[in-house]
Design a protein around this ligand. Structure first.
Ligand code: FAD
Ligand code: MLT
Ligand code: ZN
Length: 470
């Protein structure tokens, strides 16, 4: 350990696991964006809240930047360490700490994978309902730091709805107990909620108390094929008025081509422009008949061209794979990811405006559209053409995103619906937040982290050093 600061850290915390091998720096220094070259100072893997506190005291003493790190499945570069930062990985802090059946709450360490939290809830016949394809790798701490959404938001809301308490370590190493599992607490600013979606810029989440709920009734999964976006929105309104939806997710023919090429099973014989995977309560025959009637009404109107209802759990999983497999299937094409939201009612007009723009000005790009349409959340993935190098591709995509951000501003939408701002969307924050809002957000950061050592450069550009020290 040649770096004097690291030698001091090892002396202060002799039990702390510290990694400095090149392969580890590379592994822990990047996330799913794969855009930046990892260059962290070292990786710290604390095993307790006290060790996290010790690391932060050391970091603030030496002015070392710290990147909190979960499963590094983030899609906006929030967990990237490319500038000599210390990566603070929560991966060893992955245990259940407590369960209370009266409160119906589970307290876990922040490095616990989302799927493990779901399984821990299930062991008590309850459900932690936030869910999405990265469940096996992402952590509850990362979900909290990004306010993750996923495929069940239409029924259950985002991560924010499910967090009843947080234990947080501040930049200076203090321990905060925020909200402590209380349902009602009108005692001033809700610092717990401020932590959610703060992307590691306000504190390190070390423990979380999550609310659990009863399992939903038995459900059915349906795949629908549709002619256009207008029909899709009409089917959404129809299904929402007649059924109790758990999910309503869309993707295009282009997305389907990629998933099928990646090994998913074809469910319909013909090809169609748009698809929806929807899941709804179907506890009894009446509910199942209502679903069939809604489907037939959509067919009669010409809004639904084809469809299939899963007849088994395996078939339901195969239909879900068509939607959930999209991210992995396009990953080899180094997609430039956009994750935007508008009000649900504005989706067709926004989508049309963007499709017109992309078709007119960027015909060279293959664009994959999919997302959580029932929440007004669209994922617009631009795929890299083989003949374009990475830098030229990103430069062109940034032009696209500039225009996308301007269109979003007209629609009053958001440049990040659920992935966070990180590094990728930092230049476009002002399309979603006003100058006054951004100044207030910077003020909050200054209050929590006056030295600016927590995940600097993420969410907004680092403060110039003079103003940081004022
Ligand atoms: P990381 O990537 O490690 O970090 C994300 C951010 O959180 C960084 O800024 C990091 O510094 C900060 N952070 C991490 N842990 C902590 C902590 N303990 N304290 C403070 N800050 C911390 N996201 C969705 O919202 N919905 C989806 O449907 C969805 N689907 C996905 C599907 C796939 C296949 C993949 C690869 C990703 C998907 N994502 C989705 C994105 C990603 O999984 C989420 O953003 C997730 O919440 C990130 O968790 P993580 O543990 O991997 O966080
Ligand atoms: C999804 O909804 O599948 C995710 O947010 C992942 C992605 O956008 O690629
Ligand atoms: Zn998503």
């Amino acid at each position: 350990m040649t770096d004097a600061r690291l030698a001091d850290l090892a002396t202060r915390l002799p039990g702390l696991r510290l990694l400095t091998d090149a392969a580890d720096l590379e592994h822990y220094g990047r996330d799913w964006t794969r855009r930046w070259t990892p260059a962290p100072l070292a990786i710290a893997l604390p095993a307790s809240v006290e060790e996290v506190q010790g690391v932060m005291r050391w970091a603030s003493g030496h002015g070392v930047a710290v990147v909190p790190s979960g499963g590094r499945t983030g899609l906006s570069g929030g967990a990237v360490a490319a500038n000599g930062e210390l990566v603070l990985s929560l991966e060893r802090m992955n245990r259940v700490l407590a369960f209370d059946p009266v409160d119906r709450m589970l307290t876990v360490q922040a490095g616990m994978p989302l799927q493990a939290v779901q399984e821990a809830a299930k062991a008590h016949d309850l459900v932690y309902p936030v869910d999405f394809a990265a469940r096996g790798s992402c952590t509850i701490g990362g979900n909290i730091a990004t306010n993750a959404g996923g495929i069940r938001v239409i029924r259950y809301g985002n991560t924010r709805e499910w967090i009843a308490g947080l234990t947080v370590v501040t930049a200076a190493g203090e321990r905060l107990e925020l909200n402590r599992g209380l349902i009602k607490n009108s005692s001033g600013y809700d610092l717990r909620q401020l932590m959610i979606a703060s992307e590691g810029t306000l504190g390190i989440v070390v423990e979380a108390t999550v609310r659990l709920t009863s399992p939903p009734p038995p459900s059915q999964v349906m795949l629908l094929a549709l002619p256009d976006m207008d029909a899709l929105m009409r089917v959404f309104a129809l299904f929402q008025s007649r059924l109790s939806l758990q999910a309503f997710e869309f993707f295009t023919d282009v997305a389907l081509r990629h998933v099928l090429a990646h090994g998913a099973q074809r469910a319909l014989e013909s090809d169609y422009p748009y698809y929806v995977v929807t899941e709804f309560d179907a506890a009894d025959e009446r509910a199942q008949e209502a679903a069939l009637a809604a489907f037939e009404a959509g067919v009669e109107q010409g809004w639904i061209l084809d469809g299939v209802i899963a007849q088994s759990e395996a078939q339901a999983a195969a239909l879900w794979r068509l939607r959930e497999g999209i991210t992995e299937s396009v990953a080899p094409r180094k997609p430039y990811k956009n994750d935007v939201s508008v009000r649900i009612s504005a989706v067709p007009a926004f989508l049309q405006a963007m499709q017109d723009l992309l078709g007119r000005e960027y015909p060279q790009f293959e664009v994959v559209w999919f997302g959580h349409i029932g929440d007004g959340n669209l994922h617009i993935n631009v795929l890299k053409p083989d003949d374009l190098d990475d830098a030229a591709f990103i430069a062109q995509c940034e032009q696209v995103t500039k225009q996308l951000a301007a269109t979003l501003q007209q629609f009053g939408g958001s440049i990040s619906a659920e992935h966070g701002i990180g590094l990728v969307k930092r230049p476009y924050l002002q399309s979603t937040r006003s100058a006054v809002e951004i100044a207030l957000m910077r003020g909050v950061r200054q209050a929590f982290d006056p030295q600016g050592i927590l995940n600097p450069g993420k969410l907004f550009a680092p403060e110039p050093v003079e103003s940081r020290n004022n």
